[in-house]
Design a binder for this molecule. Sequence first.
Ligand code: UD1
Ligand code: MG
Length: 453
Amino acid sequence: MNIVILAAGIGKRMHSERPKVLQPLAGRPVLSHVIATARTLATSPLIVVVGHGADAVCKAIDAPDIKFVLQADQLGTGHAVQQALPFIDLALPTLVLYGDVPLTRASTLRRLVKAAANGHYGVLTVTVDDPFGYGRIIRNSAGRIINIIEQKDANSWQREICEINTGIVISPSRRLEAWLSSLKNDNIQREFYLTDVVEQAINDGIEIVGVQPDDIWEAIGVNNKRQLADLERVYQRNEAQRLLDAGVTLIDPSRIDVRGTLECGSEVLIDVNCVFEGHVVLGNYVSIEPNCVIRETTIGEGVRVNAFTYVDGAHLGKNVVLGPYARLRSGTILSSNAHVGNFVEVKNAVLGHYAKANHLSYIGDADIGARVNIGAGTITCNYDGVNKHRTIICDDVFIGSDTQLIAPVTVGSGATLAAGTTVWHDVPARALVLNEKTQVEKLEYVRPAKKKA
Ligand code: UD1
Ligand code: MG
């Protein structure tokens, strides 16, 4: 089967510089959802017809299995499909999808393909409460589809019809080629309508079969920000239901957003207002408190992520405890039972088993051993203004509060850094390090009093 995806339209009603098909749905372009579904149906290259914002669309979507075809002027859906013809295999049927209809189920499309086998022309139709703006499906008294009439061309009784054309069709390709070449644009919009093929097909004795999706949202296109937001909610509701069906506990299924792929083990609990981006894996018994953002991260069994935590590009071992208010940046690896607490930022660093940084610290470009205790206010000074350097802290080191480690620096195992130490040089194992500072006391000190006006 050939698949042609129409994505050349302008999308004026988005009021956006971004082409309509690149508007984000669940964190990726609307068009990429269509492509993902198409890939499950066909092994042949996918033909994407681009026009408005073509450069941006090609750049965002480019992949080895996609053939882009330019439709320089958008002269209508029939004209768009015609541009793709030189690249299709005429011996196989052609399925036409819209780049702005992102949530059609693959199973629905398979039903359409099956219904149109044996050289029929298949149309995906849906019955809606408000058909305004869509092409209407005209059936004869026997219930057969005999035409599709656009809103702008429809007469008053045709406008009453609530069964509409989704735009998704499948056709025998050689016939399609012939029908498209004789299309006329003698309609109100002066466009070459793909829908006009139906009448020609009937004249050639081809049967038109209609197939309906299980859900109306499968056929909804995104033409404006309202529809985009509506479909986002549909997508997220479906995703939440998938997680619930797999046994994940969601405190409120309407308050989770998955913008990528979320894999969960058993007994996972996710509280409200969490956002998952990219590929995220949660092991068994993971629990996530409210208001966390987790991107591109793998989280091991039994990890507790406390509220307001932001994790991006990290790998967490078993039983780690995070937050509240922790921030893990890319390249963070926390070994089992490590704790990273409130207002601690970790970047490109490894924390060993049972290492703890519970309060107000910056740990960047560092290797921290097992059982290291990092006191509040500790900073790895990794940046000299030009280059980044690494801090190495071996096992069982104790770091007192308000310590600065000027990288590159290594602290040997079992060493103790007193509170308020600035560490410039490597520290031998088991040493105590402190900076000489004296505590000065002035007795009976009187604080200045506020002057009277
Ligand atoms: C089209 C259908 C209408 C159907 C509706 C469903 C026709 C004539 N009408 O109308 O029956 O109910 O979709 O949403 O087919 N496109 C191109 N090049 C063009 C024109 C369009 O690539 O020259 C693409 C658009 O990017 C879009 C799709 O085709 O993805 C549909 O185009 P649009 O202008 O939205 O068609 P409608 O008037 O909505
Ligand atoms: Mg449209």
